[in-house]
Design a protein around this ligand. Structure first.
Ligand code: SF4
Length: 345
């Protein structure tokens, strides 16, 4: 947790009505993002990361609902108490989002310069000339060469990497306090991925905003974030500083994600995968939600839903192995009476 955070998400529950019953996509998630901080939100697809982001922006569609008791506070304002009109003022101005697929975020029949200028005109009331100048300035900021010329081009005339730069420019026009980037590099090839991550780090330093970086790839987080929140089956299972996490992950799911990370010079064929799949959100298992896939599961894991155990100041893990590491070698030891000692929230 961060002192005086920019964003505070507290006990967030987001549920969708489905034919199979309520899907508890986000199920009691709490975390903070500090001012100027980059936080990685990591997990496989179906873990609730993107729904968490959409909840922050209140972009959950008609079938979804943010449950009572959830709190999302940005710059001291409770976003869940704002009217839709007030919320429109928050989106784009204070919080902006970029997505995995840049083409879907861009209008194919408008030049990229016009698209950026339109944001400046509509949100900031800029004159036509000022908005045009702003568009060129933003294209330059995101590292597009010859921005005066590029401003006249349409999205299909640009490469994938350049389109993602334009999307980042669009998101930054209003100097948001928080940028949410949902898998911003997944659709790009490896070299371009590195350039886009570098760009995000650069613009963050220059503009001082915070970034919530959503990814399935711990490698992306290692490059970019200072803190990591790992989600599994709708809840946070581990949270730590990047260095602490890479020095000693405590949750078996995080360990699995680490083993699945490609390494420089490593062979793709030899990458480990986590066996099994994330359970459906209509049917989270009783006890530990990771137990069907966990190599250390024992009887307690089925019986009790583990709390987040505090390890040191800023490291938490939703697994008793954090305080009883010897169980890794003897997973079927009798359950210690004091298993819950030291349990956090
Ligand atoms: Fe594995 Fe049990 Fe820990 Fe869950 S609580 S991660 S099943 S050891």
């Amino acid at each position: 947790m961060t002192a005086d955070p920019l964003l505070e998400v507290n006990d967030l529950h987001t549920t969708f009505a489905t034919d199979a019953g309520p899907a508890r996509a986000v199920d009691g998630v709490s975390f903070t993002v500090g001012r100027g901080e980059t936080v990685g939100l990591v997990g496989e697809s179906g873990c609730g990361k993107s729904v968490t982001a959409l909840s922050i922006l209140r972009l959950i569609d008609g079938a979804g609902r943010i449950e009572k008791g959830s709190r999302i506070v940005l710059e001291g304002r409770d976003l869940l108490s704002l009217s839709e009109r007030e919320m429109r003022g928050v989106r784009g101005n204070r919080v902006a989002m970029i997505w995995q697929e840049p083409l879907s975020a861009l209008n194919p029949v408008m030049t990229v310069g016009d698209q950026i200028a339109e944001v400046a005109r509509v949100h900031a009331g800029a004159s036509r000339a000022d908005a045009r100048a702003k568009a060129v300035e933003m294209l330059r900021l995101v590292g597009i060469a010859d921005p005066e010329q590029r401003a006249h081009e349409y999205p299909h005339q640009l490469s994938g990497g350049m389109r993602q730069r334009v999307v980042i420019a669009l998101a930054l026009v209003m100097s948001p306090a928080l940028l949410i980037a949902d898998e911003p590099t997944t659709a790009l090839d490896v070299t371009i991925q590195a350039q886009i991550l570098e760009l995000l780090a650069e613009v963050q330093q220059r503009m001082g905003m915070s970034i919530l970086l959503i990814t399935h790839d711990l490698g992306v987080v290692a490059e970019t974030a200072s803190r990591v929140i790992v989600m599994y089956a709708g809840e946070v299972v581990e949270e730590a500083g990047v260095r602490e996490l890479f020095a000693a992950a405590h949750h078996p799911y995080t360990e699995g994600l680490m083993r699945a990370m490609p390494r420089v010079g490593g062979s793709a064929e030899r990458l480990a995968t986590i066996p099994g799949a994330v359970p459906p959100p209509t049917d989270w298992p009783h006890g530990c939600r990771f137990r069907e896939r966990c190599p250390y599961a024992w009887e307690l894991c089925e019986r009790e839903h583990p709390p987040l155990y505090q390890i040191g100041d800023a490291h938490r893990s939703r697994c008793p192995l954090a305080i009883e590491p010897e169980r890794r070698n003897h997973p079927h030891l009798p359950i210690a009476a004091a298993t819950n000692a030291g349990a956090g929230a």
